[in-house]
Write a protein that binds this ligand. Structure first.
Ligand code: PRP
Length: 202
């Protein structure tokens, strides 16, 4: 049995689609259920940011999670495969008529991605105050909470609809299959078999 943590929402649906094609069976979570067990797989439905936690502690052998989430913390995991789904980028967002003022002594940045944002500005030798938010990041520069934001951009329409423009890209992201290190050692054959099977359908 392999236990696989999936991030609730579209990435879980698209991953289960890959399983459906690979194993010719339907994999669907029932209503509010958080566990789906079928054909030797046990899927866990968890929050996006929690996927690496389940995998690192070994409660799940495998997980599917965006690179942006992996970049935010240091996890001790095996990165197995880029699934080429959930493609997006982490980028700067600014008011449409604004530019970053690099001459400022410190810049205020609102974001959910604290580490990624901090690293980006530090590399540019810019002092930064990170304002941690949990969502609706696009609001921050509009109401003067921050000078700019660092956020996920997929189509760019959330920023656009809120009068922001997409600035420099900090990183490209997509969903990756990850493995717990012990599981990878103990269940290597099953895991590699699954990886190869999935690879055919991505
Ligand atoms: C992300 C991000 C933006 C939006 C960007 O939020 O925070 O708000 O998607 O997508 P777009 O470029 O296609 O408009 P998400 O929907 O992942 O929800 P979250 O706030 O829970 O992260």
């Amino acid at each position: 049995m392999l236990t696989i943590a999936l991030p609730k929402g579209r990435i879980a649906d698209e991953t289960l689609d890959i399983f459906q094609k690979a194993f010719n069976e339907e994999f669907i979570f029932e209503d509010r259920k958080l566990i789906l067990e079928k054909s030797g797989f046990r899927f866990l439905s968890v929050r996006n940011q929690d996927v690496p936690t389940y995998v690192q502690y070994g409660s799940a052998d495998l997980g599917v999670v965006g690179l942006d989430v992996l970049e935010e913390k240091e996890y001790d995991l095996v990165k197995l495969l880029d699934l080429h789904i959930g493609k997006c980028k982490v980028a700067i967002g600014l008011m449409a008529n604004d530019e970053i003022d690099w001459s400022k002594s410190e810049i205020k940045v609102a974001t959910k991605h604290e580490k990624i944002a901090k690293r980006y500005f530090e590399q540019k030798a810019m002092a930064v105050e990170i304002i941690k938010l949990y969502g609706s990041i696009e609001l921050a520069p509009i109401v003067g909470l921050s000078d700019c934001i660092v956020d996920i951009v997929e189509t760019g329409s959330t920023m656009k609809q809120n009068g922001l423009k997409v600035g420099e890209t900090i990183m490209e992201s997509s969903a990756h299959l990850i493995a717990n290190k012990n599981s990878y050692y103990l269940k290597k054959q099953a895991i590699l078999k699954l990886k190869n099977e999935m690879q055919k359908y991505i």
